[in-house]
Design a protein. Structure first.
Length: 197
């Protein structure tokens, strides 16, 4: 019998623990529900007592009384505004024409600058170079200029430094089918660059 009583005590204590856990979790649920409801009430009260009166008071703005003086002053203002608008339009047309000319010149300059930064020798494929053209280049730039002739045709380089260099250029498009053929000017320039390296 002593054994059964001991079991009952353990089972009662376990039963109380379970009951407390269930009550505790339900209490937490009620608490979170109450907090949610309180938050909604606070937001609703704010809207009713602060926002709604402001909205309503803005709608109560009374229009001004219209008199002959206000009509004539409005007409004068309209005329001044239309005159200013015409002046602005004429200035804008003149400015637009000037801006277009300037933009065209700037675009050409930008394209030339971009081309000069994109290539070591921008016209090595179309003009025979001179010793003077090459004398200002370092040995590394001469190597890049020589390979630039091939890169224009899309040669896929075996050297990793050349691959990295030319893939950073907007004009380079690798062409695995390129067989190494060059035109007369490119061949001349290639030989000249080799002689200077």
């Amino acid at each position: 019998m002593g054994y059964k009583a001991e079991n009952k005590v353990e089972s009662r204590s376990e039963h109380k623990k379970l009951k407390n856990n269930v009550n505790g979790s339900s209490n937490n649920r009620y608490l979170s529900l109450l907090l949610s409801i309180a938050g909604i009430l606070v937001i609703g009260a704010t809207a009713i007592f602060y926002v709604y009166p402001k909205i309503m008071s803005e709608g109560d703005i009374q229009p001004k009384k219209v008199t002959k003086e206000t009509v004539s002053s409005i007409d004068v203002k309209k005329e001044t505004v239309s005159e200013k608008t015409n002046e602005v339009k004429s200035k804008k047309v003149t400015k637009d024409a000037t801006t277009k000319d300037t933009a065209t010149k700037e675009t050409k300059n930008t394209d030339e600058k971009k081309q000069s930064t994109e290539y070591v020798l921008p016209d090595s494929n179309s003009r025979k170079l001179t010793n003077a053209d090459l004398s200002k280049l370092s040995s590394n730039n001469l190597r890049i200029a020589r390979n630039e002739i091939y890169a224009r045709h899309g040669l896929v380089f075996k050297s990793s430094d050349l691959t990295i260099y030319f893939t950073s250029k907007s004009w380079y498009s690798p062409n695995p089918a390129y067989n190494g053929a060059l035109n007369e000017v490119e061949t001349y320039n290639l030989n000249l660059i080799k002689s200077m390296e």
